[in-house]
Unconditional design. Structure first.
Length: 454
């Protein structure tokens, strides 16, 4: 059963139950009010007539034989006009009908009185008085009319409510109905399938979350395919060179000279580096990377790295600036891993900063998050290079990701450095982000917690 049908049936049951309860309460209240309508007391007249009938019954040897109205009513009796009565035997046979009303009317609207002689029921008297009968008719009429009106109103209300319930159920489940085909398409392998966002309520949030999930799955699949292609490419290039060189040496049929082996060694080093970087990245992403934390100074580490590039910077007329406003706190880090992180960041800055440019490394301290008592050390590496286009920034830390401007295969590395840097910083409990403007430069910001030894 669909959600729409369940919702419709639930609303229909609720409306039907409320309508039924409304009818029962209204009928109960009306009937209760009618019962207490003031009816003139006719007990004295009924008792007088009953005594006459019982006297007749006793006088005729406990029988009703020969009974007639003329035998009961004399000229001295002042019976009200339109008064009628009915005498029924104990066997429910008609014995006497007096007055202008018919038997059915007297039975329906007359007052019933049992005739008892010597403790035995000998008959039944139905006494019809116009005033009492009219009031009884009014009670019946009002009760019946109210019941019919309530039933008709309830039926109309129920029909209208069912129509509204169906419309509401259809409208409320429409976003889910639109989501089902997209889920089926996604399950069928159509990654990136999207659904329309029809509002800002919970259904809209579900649709937005589904779209985001579908887009992320599509990107993940594309990244997986790209990863396989990039790994295959990175492995194929050095292997092709190795195979060509070895084939050439084999065809020449002579011993290889030492200088001829240098290119083979370079390619082997490149393969080893690729495999090692992939291994480190997979270990970090699986949270299995073992850290050798030791106390140290971030300012000293960054100073040593800048000194490595001092000669190159001087040859290219570049300016390297190190500013420390953090107070130089002691950090517990795996300094080998962090050296690899900052070597990559500063090396990229050197690579993409033009001659006579400037690279500024600024160290500061702040609270993270805002209002927290746990301080962090912030290292910002800013260059004056060409910058990175905004469309590339969300993917700059993806493995093997390159853009035409920022990470070219010929001028850059293998596309794993920033991905490894991000994971190494993350396992230390820190974060890394990038800010860039085309034509102005790029800034990488690394935040590391000032934590105690673990």
């Amino acid at each position: 059963m669909t959600v729409r049908r369940k919702l419709f049936l639930a609303m229909a049951a609720l409306v039907g139950s409320l309508s039924l309860i409304h009818i029962l309460i209204a009928v109960f209240v009306v009937n209760g009010a009618l019962k207490y309508m003031d009816i003139a007391n006719r007990d004295e007249e009924i008792a007088h007539l009953a005594d006459r009938l019982l006297d007749y019954y006793n006088a005729h040897d406990n029988t009703w034989s020969g009974i007639d109205a003329t035998n009961l009513i004399t000229s001295e009796d002042a019976w009200p006009l339109e008064t009628s009565f009915l005498l029924i035997s104990k066997n429910r046979e008609l014995l006497l009908l007096a007055g202008t009303r018919n038997e059915a009317e007297i039975r329906t609207f007359g007052e019933k009185h049992d005739l008892v002689a010597n403790g035995v029921e000998v008959g039944i008297l139905y006494y019809y008085h116009p005033e009492a009968a009219n009031l009884t008719k009014l009670q019946y009429g009002i009760g019946s009319s109210v019941t019919v009106i309530l039933l008709a109103f309830s039926v109309i209300l129920l029909l209208v409510s069912l129509i509204v319930a169906y419309w509401l159920a259809k409208r409320m489940t429409a976003p889910l109905q639109a989501l089902v085909p997209a889920i089926d398409r996604l399950g069928g392998g159509e990654l990136g399938a999207q659904v329309p966002v029809l509002g800002k309520d919970e259904y809209g949030k579900v649709a937005e979350s589904f779209n985001a999930m579908s887009t992320q799955l599509e990107r993940t699949e594309m990244a997986r395919r790209s990863l396989v292609a990039d790994v295959a490419h990175e492995l194929r290039t050095p292997l092709t060179i190795l195979q060509g060189q070895l084939d050439l040496l084999q065809q020449q049929g002579r011993a290889a000279e030492p200088h001829e082996l240098l290119s083979l060694q370079d390619e082997l080093i490149r393969l080893g580096k690729l495999v090692n970087e992939l291994h480190q990245l997979s270990m970090a992403e699986a949270h299995k990377l073992v850290l050798d934390r030791k106390p140290g100074s971030l300012e000293e580490l960054l100073g040593r790295i800048l000194n490595r590039y001092g000669e190159e910077a001087e040859e290219r007329g570049m300016t390297l600036v190190l500013e420390d406003r953090s107070g130089n706190p002691q950090l517990w880090l795996d300094w080998d891993r962090m050296t690899q992180v900052f070597l990559n960041l500063i090396g990229n800055a050197m690579r993409y900063t033009p001659d006579e440019g400037t690279i500024t490394v600024e160290i500061s301290a702040e609270l993270e998050p805002a209002g927290s008592e746990a301080p962090v050390v912030v290292a910002a590496i800013a260059d004056t290079g060409p910058g990175i286009a905004p469309e590339h920034l969300p993917y700059i830390f993806d493995r093997f990701y390159r853009s035409d401007d920022a990470r070219d295969r010929n001028s850059g590395g293998m596309g794993l450095g920033l991905a490894i840097a991000k994971e190494f910083v993350a396992v230390h409990g820190g974060s890394i982000e990038v800010k860039s403007k085309l034509g102005i430069g790029t800034t990488f910001v690394v935040k590391l917690p000032v934590s105690q030894k673990k």
